[in-house]
Write a protein that binds this ligand. Structure first.
Ligand SMILES: *Cc1c(COP(=O)(O)O)cnc(C)c1O
Length: 376
């Protein structure tokens, strides 16, 4: 066992004015719902994204759940979702007792394949049911083929939810991802590119949708001095304390992205010429936030597989993690239909997420690279 300091995958990183804003919230006595931090955080996030309406929430998962509620998803409805993602993208479909249809990835960005999406929609239509929504994920901060996806959704008049939980700050042809669809979702969980401790946001160009989201997120409380409720709501709002952390983090977001991109560049430089190893490149027009650097290991060429590398690095106190296991391979979704081309299965077999935190030092990075090189 090595005694060296642990190197984590993507730890939270605070060195800004988070405490100042949190202290203000405490001093003013606004620590739960409502307060200056919450208003300001929503405004700053909206300005950054170039989107007009923002609801700050207590998680990315609640943002996806509200998106489904806003689009009137009903029990038995079909909702198309990326298969290659974290389970939070798809769980809310089951909350509403709707039925997920998973769609596999294309190899260039690892995100949902637009051609396969079209197949999934046409096949559903043939069977007499039109999908009620599409949940498209920009995984690991890499923009997917969002213009093509949006075109397919428009052609069939199906609302598009963009799960940009991992992709805050990423853009496609200069437009931020999460702002192409009817609704966009972000997460500020502790491991994401910036954090509020736990939190999320739902954004849209449509004011009515975001007003309704804020209403549903506060127990669907109607405007009346007595508490009046005509439909079921949730306790999904972000607290003014969390929003204070978020304000501090928004001020350093660009720095964080720059740092994570530099970390990717370094891995790329070191492994570019190694056979059997590959990294995910940006398509022309894509700008990734490089939330996590991911690497594929081809066992035939390297003689070692993803799991061996992970276990070995763990012994040296270096945290890595397999890429997400596709949703169509998860027992909880065993009844769901999948339009499967084998791409996400292949990625899952070979892919590993490498330490990518913005506080990673050059020495840490040297250590990670040295250990992987030794194994290859
Ligand atoms: C983290 C994440 C979410 C959920 O966000 P939480 O804030 O943890 O609820 C949703 N989708 C993806 C792809 C994520 O990585």
């Amino acid at each position: 066992m090595s005694l060296s300091v642990p190197i984590r995958l993507s730890p939270p990183h605070f060195d800004g004015r988070e405490m100042l804003y949190v202290q203000q919230a405490m001093d003013e006595g606004w620590v739960s719902q409502g307060g200056a931090n919450l208003d300001k955080f929503e405004q700053v996030l909206g300005d950054y994204l170039g989107v007009e309406h923002v609801a700050a929430l207590n998680s990315g998962t609640s943002a996806i759940h509200l998106a489904l509620r806003l689009l009137n998803i009903k029990p038995g409805d079909y909702v198309i979702c990326s298969s290659f993602t974290f389970v939070a993208s798809a769980n809310p479909i089951l909350y509403e007792k709707a039925r997920p249809i998973f769609v596999d990835s294309e190899p260039a960005t690892w995100n949902m394949d637009p051609g396969l999406l079209q197949d999934a929609i046409e096949s559903s239509l043939k069977m007499g049911h039109k999908p009620a929504a599409v949940i498209f994920v920009h995984l690991y901060g890499m923009p997917g083929k969002i213009e093509e996806i949006a075109r397919v959704c428009q052609e069939f008049e199906i609302p598009l939810i963009e799960d940009a939980a991992e992709a805050l700050g990423a853009s496609w042809k200069g437009k931020k991802v999460g702002t192409f669809g009817t609704l966009g979702v972000y997460s500020f969980n502790g491991n994401k590119i910036i954090t509020t401790g736990g939190g999320g946001a739902l954004v849209s160009g449509n004011k009515e949708l975001i007003d309704k989201a804020k209403y549903l997120a506060t127990q669907a409380r109607e405007i009346a001095p007595h508490y009046q409720h005509s439909e079921v709501g949730y306790n999904y709002r972000m607290s003014n304390i969390a929003a204070g952390i978020g304000r501090g983090q928004m001020e350093v977001l660009e720095e964080r992205i720059k740092k994570r991109r530099l970390i990717f560049d370094r891995y790329m430089k070191e492994f570019r010429n190694d056979s059997g190893v590959s990294l995910l490149c940006e398509l022309p027009g894509a700008y990734s936030n490089r939330w996590l650097t991911t690497m594929l290991f081809d066992r035939e060429k390297t003689g070692i597989d993803r799991n061996d590398i992970m276990i070995h690095l763990e012994k040296h106190n270096i945290e890595t993690r397999p890429v997400w296991k596709p949703m169509h391979r998860q027992p909880v979704f065993k009844e769901a239909k999948c339009f499967d081309n084998g791409v996400s299965d292949g990625l899952f077999k070979r892919g590993l997420c490498l330490p990518s935190g913005a506080d990673l030092t050059d020495t840490d990075l040297d250590r990670v690279i040295e250990f992987i090189k030794k194994l290859l």
